[in-house]
Design a protein around this ligand. Structure first.
Ligand code: COA
Length: 249
């Protein structure tokens, strides 16, 4: 069975086992034209939020990515996507509300440029981040503001032309971790180190003051397409990744 929603067709993966992490990468531009149909499955508060975006492009990305999130979750839960409700932590991390909160299904999403990444787990915290690589800023200055000493040293050791992509590898890894914990920017960014090595599958190097915390998470680079970098952080180490890149039907 395939699911078709708003001109978007994908193979469903109805089973989300506890030892798997499912990662979906979707090109938002290919779906923006069907915004009005995605809009129909959003809740009243999501529609209100959509209407507050100043630029159409930001509204369309929000509507399509929320619509996708609902559609994929509905598939895992065998539920009507429009009937799902979310609750929000004090730091705004969304999660499934009743009656589906007890299924253990967790999710996180990230968008940048035309890409949205959606990650799904069962019984494990998850955070994902994608960024479009840019080169219009001062790497060292921004790194001083957001990165730990160890991360700044790793970056400074690189040739200048490699600095921008490495900066975003570092940024996405830090974001994925703070999104997985749910702390967001309330977690001091200097209190943990990530690696900037290409393709690293064990990128959380150190946590402070509790050094044992780093052993509780898996942090790795994930593919995001040309011109993008992305990272995924998941609670525990005994899981395997399954990923899909979806194109419109
Ligand atoms: C909000 C934040 C969690 C991510 O923001 P972002 O990178 O701008 O946006 P992303 O597209 O990656 O993620 C947004 C999604 O994360 C989810 N989210 C929101 N708050 C969250 C939280 N506290 N924890 C986890 N996920 C969260 C939501 O689903 C949101 O999607 P929505 O806007 O469609 O509702 C937060 O980390 C932030 O404000 N970052 C600002 C950037 C920064 O200074 N980063 C320093 C990194 S070194």
């Amino acid at each position: 069975m395939n699911i078709t929603t708003c001109d978007f067709e994908f193979e469903p993966h109805t089973v989300l086992p506890e030892n798997e992490v499912h990662l979906w990468r979707v090109d938002l531009d290919s779906l923006r034209e069907s915004e009005s149909r995605w809009q129909k499955i959003l809740s009243a508060d999501e529609s209100a939020r959509a209407s507050r975006f100043r630029f159409a492009i930001d509204r369309q990305r929000f509507v399509v990515s929320r619509g996708l999130l609902r559609t994929i979750l509905g598939n895992y839960l065998a539920a009507d996507p429009g009937s799902l409700t979310f609750s929000y932590s004090s730091k705004d991390k969304p999660s499934l509300a009743q009656p589906y909160s007890e299924t253990g299904v967790c999710f996180n999403l990230s968008h940048s440029g035309t890409v949205v990444l959606l990650a799904f787990t069962r019984g494990r915290d998850v955070g994902v981040d994608v960024e479009q690589v840019r080169s219009d800023f001062d790497v060292a200055a921004i790194a001083r503001r957001f990165f730990s000493r160890h991360e700044q040293k790793q970056l400074a050791a690189l040739a200048k032309e490699k600095g921008f992509e490495a900066f975003f590898r570092c940024w996405t890894r830090k974001e994925a971790y703070i999104k997985a914990t749910g702390d967001g920017l309330s977690l001091p960014l200097h209190q943990f180190d990530v690696s900037i090595a290409v393709g690293d599958e064990d990128a959380l190097l150190a946590t402070r003051p509790d050094a044992a915390e780093s052993g509780l998470w898996s942090l790795r680079e994930v593919p995001a397409g040309e011109g993008y970098v992305a990272a995924l952080c998941v609670g525990g180490r005994d899981w395997k990744l399954r990923d899909w890149t979806s194109a419109p039907a």
